[in-house]
Design a protein around this ligand. Structure first.
Ligand code: B16
Ligand code: MG
Length: 219
């Protein structure tokens, strides 16, 4: 029986990857002196802020102190928050609000499982905070995806087991986290990129509760 759905944030409910890209690119160019491309940005999907910074710093042969690294993360986040401040409910990705509403109406629990420390602000801006029963984010988890901690904690907070819970993820590391944790997983994106997902759709507008029950709970 389908009891709960857990959603990744960036790439599933909202496209904030382009804002992360703009802010990391500015940091890479202005403070570190390395190039940062869209392809680099793809590598950062689902990684924590510190892991993302370390990826960019690995392109430089300079050494940076812990204080400098802290300041870089602060500057990047300040630039990112300027862009996040402009988000409105229209920025929710296709199908997001309708699916969350229909899960609520059907008594199926909902939760967020994101690496982002900015998750509470972003779901507020999107007008979907009231549609999520729990928020497990980068302020709470200690182990990044592909460790399943974020989704295990989500299931625990909702008092459901992974076997009755579906995770929605756009990142390879996030899909791996879901599968390692014993969850069913719907990939958001391209099937070729998310081979470990049980099935893949372009966005949440392709998802209905009937489809989920049919795919995962009909035998
Ligand atoms: P923040 P998700 C992740 O969100 C992003 O995919 C990743 O690019 C970002 O570095 C991470 O959040 C941390 O974000 O700097 O806001 O704490 O996909 O796990 O929802
Ligand atoms: Mg994501």
């Amino acid at each position: 029986m389908l009891s709960a759905c857990l959603f990744d944030l960036d790439g599933v409910l909202v496209d904030t990857a382009r804002h992360h890209f703009a802010a990391w690119q500015r940091l890479a160019q202005e403070r570190i002196g390395v190039t940062f491309t869209q392809q680099d940005n793809e590598q950062l999907k689902g990684l924590s802020r510190l892991e993302s910074l370390n990826y960019i710093l690995s392109k430089s042969d300079r050494n940076f102190s812990e204080e400098e690294k802290f300041q870089m993360m602060k500057d990047k986040n300040d630039w990112y928050l300027l862009l996040v401040a402009e988000l409105t409910p229209e920025d929710a990705l296709p199908g997001t609000t309708a699916l969350l509403q229909s899960l609520k109406a059907s008594g199926i629990k909902t939760g967020l499982g994101s690496a982002s420390k900015n998750a509470p602000l972003i779901i507020e801006k999107l007008g979907i905070a009231h549609l999520l029963d729990v928020v497990i984010d980068g302020n709470i988890v200690s182990k990044s995806k592909p460790d399943p901690e974020v989704f295990i904690r989500g299931a625990e907070a909702l008092n459901v087991s992974p076997s009755e819970t579906i995770v929605f993820e756009d990142a390879v590391s996030g899909v791996a986290a879901a599968k390692t944790g014993g969850f069913s997983c719907v990939g958001i994106g391209q099937p070729d990129d998310l081979k470990q997902a049980d099935f893949v759709v372009p966005d949440l507008s392709f998802i209905t509760i009937a489809l989920l029950n049919n795919k995962f709970f009909s035998h």
